[in-house]
Design a protein around this ligand. Structure first.
Ligand SMILES: NC(=O)C1=CN([C@@H]2O[C@H](COP(=O)(O)OP(=O)(O)OC[C@H]3O[C@@H](n4cnc5c(N)ncnc54)[C@H](OP(=O)(O)O)[C@@H]3O)[C@@H](O)[C@H]2O)C=CC1
Ligand SMILES: O=C(O)C1=N[C@H](C(=O)O)C[C@H](O)C1
Length: 258
């Protein structure tokens, strides 16, 4: 059986470097190219290094893993699809409109792919459990906690969690009707009346609590990524699964039996 040929964009970053190790460990994957804007080496980990995505256009490869930054992820994903590389995108910060546009392009190209705001299986379960709980606990706040180098807020996971909760929760204002915020931002971001709070501190990796409150009871769901290897089971699964579908999916749950 031929190996799945993988490109990694952002290979020098915290996630990209962890993904390089994961790809090298899989017997059925082959690392065929690496992308980083400032690297001067021609080769790393046995694969050629490129500085701009356009240099990859004629490469023979199957999957484009992307852990770069929000400002470039949309153009990278579009480029990957247009050149026949199935995207497995971990980079966050996409707007709803961008995701819809990318799905449309993937359908036109008949090419599978995935944008997953979180590849940790526990985080995907947390999101699904939160969606279920919202049927009975419509008052909810999300607290996401990350390392202090994170560029986007709220996290992609918190946005996706809110989207899934919204499927089972009617939009409504939470808290006192005459609530007064005496310090701007104290109540966090407002998504259909539910609140998202973003914590950034050194020492953290990636964590999220979803807190539900009801009459005389509360329910707290929490997931912790203590190490970036926590995301790699999901990335490996995604690389294999994007080979079997014909359009871009949003969320790793599409490839799990939940
Ligand atoms: N889906 C998931 O499960 C997870 C997603 N993430 C997301 O992944 C992304 C990356 O996170 P993290 O690894 O911590 O960030 P880092 O800043 O550590 O890594 C990003 C890397 O991308 C490089 N880069 C920037 N622009 C380009 C470009 N145009 N082409 C190729 N490489 C580029 C950066 O280079 P330089 O520093 O030189 O600019 C840097 O090395 C974030 O959006 C984060 O939210 C993170 C963890 C899990
Ligand atoms: O930047 C990170 O670190 C992470 N980003 C993703 C997000 O924005 O949700 C996934 C995970 O939370 C780690």
């Amino acid at each position: 059986m031929s190996k799945i040929k993988v490109i990694i964009a952002g290979f020098k970053g915290r996630m990209g470097s962890t993904a390089v190790n994961m790809v090298l460990e899989q017997a059925d994957f082959e690392l065929v190219a690496l992308l980083d804007p400032f690297t001067t080496e021609a080769e790393a980990f046995g694969a050629p290094v490129f500085n701009v995505k356009e240099e990859l256009k004629d490469l023979s490869a199957d999957v484009w893993i992307d852990f770069t930054q929000p400002s470039v992820a949309f153009e990278n994903t579009k480029f990957a699809i247009e050149h026949g590389f199935r995207p497995a995108i971990g980079t966050t910060g996409f707007t709803e409109e961008q995701i819809a546009e990318l799905i449309e392009i993937s359908r036109l190209k008949n090419l599978g792919g995935l944008i997953a705001p979180n590849f940790a299986l526990g985080a995907v379960l947390l999101m699904q459990f939160s969606k279920s709980a919202a049927k009975y606990f419509p008052d909810v706040e999300i607290i996401e906690l990350h390392h202090d180098k994170k560029m986007d807020a709220p996290s992609g996971t918190a946005v996706k969690t809110a989207e899934l909760i919204s499927e089972n929760r009617k939009s409504h204002k939470q808290g006192a009707a005459d609530e007064l915020e005496t310090l701007a931002g104290a109540r966090g971001a407002d998504v259909d009346g539910m609140r998202i709070h973003s914590v950034r501190l050194p020492g953290l990796v990636a964590h999220q609590e979803v807190i539900f409150g009801s009459l005389g009871e509360g329910l707290t769901l929490r997931h912790d990524s203590y190490d970036r290897v926590s995301f790699m089971t999901g990335v490996a699964l995604a690389v294999r699964e994007v080979m079997k579908v014909n359009e871009l999916k949003y969320g790793l749950e599409h490839f799990l039996d939940l």
